[in-house]
Design a protein around this ligand. Structure first.
Ligand code: PLP
Length: 378
């Protein structure tokens, strides 16, 4: 079985630890170990101090699963299964759900592995194309038309990577109705949940909204703890959970013991973590708003509603790939060309979840100004 290259992660492998100024990160500001431990309550600190570095329980530490279940309105800890990051959750879920010949509906663009893995395991994909001229909104009628008798899963990725859009409550309700009528699962990658610009736009988790809904989340993005590699699947579908739990025994078997305790600490202090991360994000978004107003002739966007990212369109005649390459080579500033998401047109992704974003944006702006002066050519 050959898996096509994972374009987005290949991009990071090449640039993440060499480009000095990352302007396209998807995770919120990272916490240091010291900062995180300073937020620990008395009981969690005891767990940390007495930590034994043996194997851990395969589904996840019971206290971790309990803390995760509090993020949902209708689930208990038995309905949570933890993984090494979101990625292992995606891999195991698709491995378990997909039989050759199944039909899957997905949105395009989205986080690549959601679709690539389903396709690799034998699914036929119908991709629903999101369009900038439609504000990157999902067309419900297109989804309705895409359903077939063999449709096994509707794969969603909201809040959306890379556009930062969310689904309105009534759209999600209609999608649930459609899936229910077709006896299909909805798998929703919700890793940017909790970073909505306007918190009233927060979508319900699909695991709460639908009995065959599978929610994916992780400590990486909104919480700013990518290095823990703790992710999870949440669902009320007991059969799926049992199968996927067995599959995990062939991948990581169990989680890293220190990461589990650190994730418990983080989730017990989640309000503080999320508040700091949202504050950084909202402040950066204001700076970005002003930046976009200064450059209407060179850049356009659909302002993001959630998450840490936005898609910008370069309105110059050069290709965004050449622009991005020159930018990182000459200024060290990394943006992500849309081609990484197979997005045609001169689009690129930026991230605004990090504290150093304003400083990097200034570098980007001076490059843009030099690039748009009449006598400049790459
Ligand atoms: C939408 C989405 N899902 C899943 C992942 C993978 O998350 P992790 O690195 O925690 O496995 C990412 C990472 O970029 C993502 O953007």
């Amino acid at each position: 079985m050959k898996i096509p290259p994972f374009k987005l992660e290949e991009f990071w492998k090449k640039h993440e630890f060499t480009a000095p100024y990352l302007l396209c990160c998807s995770d919120a500001e990272t916490w240091t170990l010291q900062q995180l431990l300073a937020l620990a309550d008395f009981d969690s600190l005891k767990l940390w101090d007495s930590l034994s570095l043996g194997y851990t329980e395969s589904p996840g530490h019971p206290l971790l699963r309990e803390e995760i279940s509090r993020l949902y309105t209708s689930l208990d800890s038995e309905q949570i299964l933890t993984f090494a990051g979101a990625e292992e959750g995606i891999y195991c879920a698709m491995r378990v759900l997909i039989e050759p010949g199944d039909h899957v509906i997905a949105i395009d663009p989205c986080y690549q592995s959601l679709v690539t893995l389903a396709e690799t395991f034998g699914a036929k994909i119908t991709a629903i194309q999101l369009k900038a001229e439609n504000q990157w909104k999902l067309d419900l009628e297109e989804v309705r038309r895409a359903f077939q008798t063999k449709t096994k899963i509707l794969i969603l990725n909201y809040p959306h990577n890379p556009t930062g859009t969310v689904l309105e409550g009534k759209v999600l309700e209609e999608l649930v109705e459609l899936a229910r009528k077709n006896r299909a699962y909805i798998f929703c990658d919700e890793v940017y949940r909790y970073l909505e610009v306007d918190e009233s736009l927060r979508m319900p988790s699909i695991a709460d909204a639908y009995e065959k809904g599978i929610s994916l989340n992780v400590m990486t993005k909104s919480f700013g703890l990518a290095g823990l590699r703790i992710g999870w699947l949440a669902t009320r579908d007991a059969d799926f959970l049992r199968e996927v739990g067995s599959y995990k025994l062939y991948t990581s078997i169990c989680n890293s013991a220190p990461s589990e305790i650190l994730a418990i600490i983080a989730l017990r202090a989640k309000e503080k973590l999320l508040m700091r991360n949202r504050d950084i994000l909202l402040q950066n978004l204001r700076i970005l708003d002003a930046f976009m107003k200064r450059h209407p002739n060179y850049l356009s966007w659909v302002r993001p509603q959630s998450g840490t990212m936005a898609v910008l369109k370069l309105l110059l005649t050069i290709s965004v790939e050449a622009f991005a390459e020159d930018l990182v080579r000459t200024e060290g500033v990394l943006i992500m060309p849309g081609s990484v998401f197979d997005l045609s047109g001169n689009f690129f992704r930026i991230g605004f979840g990090k504290k150093n974003m304003p400083e990097i944006l200034k570098r980007f702006e001076s490059y843009l100004q030099s690039r748009t002066s009449p006598d400049f050519a790459i």
